[in-house]
Design a protein around this ligand. Structure first.
Ligand code: NAP
Length: 266
């Protein structure tokens, strides 16, 4: 399939800060023209300016709430009517929520599930065929260490990331040898403004001591994608956690995570 669109693009959701911002920077440095998505226009414009100034790229912003079902289609149409072709898709935007399942409200649950899962699937559904047609491309799905074990008091967040993790790995296998790498980037705590909606402590009081820099996490993910890795768990200690957990009784691990989350809720 020929594609006459001139601008080799990267679409990054949640590109205005944190891991998404760092991934957008790395891709821009690598020659991809960034299409930046989040809800806040002002922040996106700032990032676009920074990237255009620092790298030889042409940026584009698309504001939208990815917890709304129509947003991926709107993003796709806007790209279709532009001069960008998306060669790299970064499904990064996500949110968390702490609290007992019976205490969280349905609207917030629904929004989180839509953002963390449906938007990831829908954007992949829309942009992957173009990559397949051209025989090249890449997808980074930002998952989490939370994907590898149940998370009482953050049940839906852990479940949503397990979904993303499983989907990514399956997709990587399905499209192996078609010129498209698919990487699940699955970090432990990262030092960002990530909001675990609920009663979680403000970032400065949370897990900073054990958190990784978003820049480090993004770099590990980007390098992993280029190297064809299907799973990237940044940090030496963190990366062995899923392996260790497999040898422990699942009920014990689940109880431990509950204690941890209980402590974070206090
Ligand atoms: N930070 C961690 O400890 C950690 C650990 C493991 C995995 N992760 C995962 O890494 C990803 C990024 O996390 P982060 O810590 O970098 O987050 P962050 O600093 O809170 O940034 C989130 C980004 O997503 C955008 N966003 C949030 N809700 C959105 C929505 N409904 N529609 C569109 N855009 C939205 C935000 O911009 P607006 O608010 O302006 O929309 C922002 O650009 C998430 O998927 C998260 O689950 C994070």
């Amino acid at each position: 399939m020929t594609d006459t669109k001139e601008l080799k693009g990267v679409l990054v959701t949640g590109a205005s800060r944190g891991i998404g911002y760092e991934l957008a920077r790395l891709a821009a440095d690598d020659g991809y023209n960034p299409v930046l998505v989040s809800r806040t226009e002002e922040d996106l414009l700032e990032v676009k300016d920074i990237l255009e100034e620092e790298f030889d790229v042409q940026g584009k912003i698309i504001t939208g709430d990815l917890s709304e079902p129509d947003t991926p289609d709107r993003i796709f149409k806007e790209i279709e009517n532009s001069n960008y072709r998306i060669d790299l898709l970064v499904n990064n935007a996500g949110r968390g929520q702490m609290g007992e399942f019976t205490e969280t409200d349905w609207e917030t649950d629904r929004e989180m599930m839509h953002l963390n899962m449906d938007a990831v699937i829908h954007l992949t559904k829309l942009f992957l065929p173009g990559m397949k047609g051209r025989g090249e491309g890449g997808i980074i799905n930002v998952s989490s260490l939370a994907a590898f074990q149940p998370g009482p008091l953050m049940a839906l967040y852990h479940a949503s990331k397990a979904f993303v993790q499983s989907f990514s790995e399956s997709l990587a296998e399905e499209i192996e040898n078609q010129g498209i790498n698919v990487t699940a980037l699955s970090p432990g705590p990262v030092d960002t403004g990530f909001l675990i909606k609920g009663n979680s402590p403000p970032p400065e009081e949370s897990d900073r001591s054990i958190s990784l820099d978003p820049e480090y996490v993004a770099e590990a993910g980007y390098r992993g994608l280029k190297a064809g890795k299907r799973i990237v768990i940044p940090g030496k200690l963190t990366s062995i956690a899923p392996q260790l957990i497999r040898f422990l009784p699942r009920k014990l691990v689940t109880k431990f995570v509950k204690k941890l989350n209980d402590y974070r809720l206090e």
